[in-house]
Design a protein around this ligand. Structure first.
Ligand code: HEC
Length: 232
């Protein structure tokens, strides 16, 4: 009995755990380096989930994807912001200017961007698609006007007002570009159950009025009763 107790077990030896610690640390280090590069790749503009800045030249929609079971942004037909198609470099400069504006004015002090920030005011991830802008044609100017003079009009009846932050027209337009670009980012369905502004072209035909279904014979009697409550 005393012999078995003194016999060294390989998995209980100090040297085994020392080597184990070294290998696990080294292995984790390699994994972390891989993940760092992979993350940078995933969040770089111009990749699968984060579109190129020139996405602001197109319509951004937010539609249900049955395969993934949530809504995803879809880059649609050409629809340049402020009616001016930009090159990739020009679009990047404009979106960057907008992003710098949101940082300089600390929008995150009240808002969240992609879920990060404060919860005093709405998340801005899909602000570009918010139906509260009225119509897609009025939206661009409405956003610029709102950003420059948010104190003038309640926007979506939150009961809170955004203060005037002294945003210039240039900054406001760039911020709109940043918000439009941000709405094109695939955020795995965040925010969920969001109904985007109607962007269908005006020529869309009115939906056909559904024919009222004739009640089945065995249901006709009860249907008659419920439709004429005043008789009894
Ligand atoms: C002091 C808090 C505060 C700061 C800072 C602030 N906002 Fe707001 N913002 C609000 C509030 C409150 C509302 C809702 C106003 C309303 O509904 O009338 C709002 C609404 C908005 C909306 C409309 C949101 C939507 O979904 O339609 C946009 C866009 C917006 N803010 C952008 C910005 C940007 C860009 C900045 C930074 C430059 C900023 N805000 C800084 C408080 C703030």
């Amino acid at each position: 009995m005393a012999e078995t107790q003194t016999q060294a077990l390989w998995w209980a030896s100090e040297s085994f755990w020392r080597k184990m610690a070294i290998w696990v640390t080294a292995g984790s280090f390699v994994v972390l380096i891989f993940l760092t590069f992979d993350t940078v790749k995933q969040i770089t503009a111009g990749t699968k989930r984060v579109p190129a800045y020139s996405a602001i030249n197109n319509r951004i929609d937010y539609v249900f994807d049955a395969g993934r079971n949530f809504q995803v942004p879809v880059i649609g037909v050409e629809e340049p912001l402020f009616g001016k198609k930009l090159t990739e470099a020009e679009a990047e400069a404009m979106v960057s200017h907008g992003k710098l504006t949101t940082q300089a004015k600390n929008c995150m002090g009240c808002h969240t961007l992609l879920g990060n920030g404060a919860y005093f005011a709405p998340d801005l991830t899909k602000a570009w698609l918010d139906p509260a802008w009225g119509s897609k044609d009025a939206r661009e100017q409405a956003m610029v006007d709102f950003l420059m003079h948010p104190e003038l009009a309640a926007h979506n009846a939150l009961g809170r007002r955004m203060p005037n932050l002294g945003i210039t027209e240039d900054e406001a337009r760039a911020t709109v570009a940043f918000l439009k670009w941000m709405s094109s980012i695939d955020t795995n369905g965040f925010p969920a159950n969001f109904k985007p502004i109607d962007q269908a072209d005006a020529a869309a035909v009115a939906a056909p009025v559904a024919e009222p279904a004739a009640p089945a014979a065995d249901l006709a009697a009860s249907a008659d009763v419920s439709s004429t409550p005043a008789q009894q």
